[in-house]
Write a protein that binds this ligand. Structure first.
Ligand code: HEC
Length: 109
């Protein structure tokens, strides 16, 4: 419960900052938004298509097609649906939110 409340709070704070991410995003990960770095570092692109982050995997659903909400991404990270590994305890709550927001923002772009 506390974790959820915290996550919600952080989400609100993120929403407040608004507009800094998104857009085209070059190939340079170091210069890209933190969510992109998280996506690459955690190997999401090995299983998922996400053009903005250079992900070309086809084991999991194509995130550009799925265009999941941040909440849906975060839920997948915590639970690890189906053949996807759970990232609970591997990615901090704060990073999960950043990553989830990033995927929601760039998917399908
Ligand atoms: C080992 C391969 C693999 C890795 C690595 C992986 N995923 Fe997945 N992912 C999957 C598979 C397979 C599914 C489909 C699960 C199912 O619904 O059966 C999935 C599903 C999803 C979904 C959709 C869930 C839904 O609600 O339908 C999202 C969003 C997602 N992954 C995001 C991520 C992110 C972000 C990362 C990186 C932290 C990641 N995945 C890493 C394999 C992977």
């Amino acid at each position: 419960m506390t974790r959820l409340a915290l996550a919600g709070l952080a989400l609100l704070m993120l929403a407040g900052c608004g507009g800094a991410t998104g857009g085209s995003g070059g190939a340079n990960v170091a210069a890209g938004p933190p969510g992109k770095r998280l996506f690459v570092e955690n190997g999401c692109g090995g299983c998922h298509q996400l053009a903005a982050a250079g992900g070309g995997g086809s084991f999991g659903p194509d995130l550009d097609m799925l265009r999941p909400s941040a909440a849906r991404v975060e839920a997948s990270l915590r639970t690890g649906p189906g053949a996807m590994p759970s990232y609970a305890g591997r990615i901090s709550d704060a990073d999960m939110i950043v990553l989830a927001q990033y995927v929601q923002t760039v998917a399908g772009s």
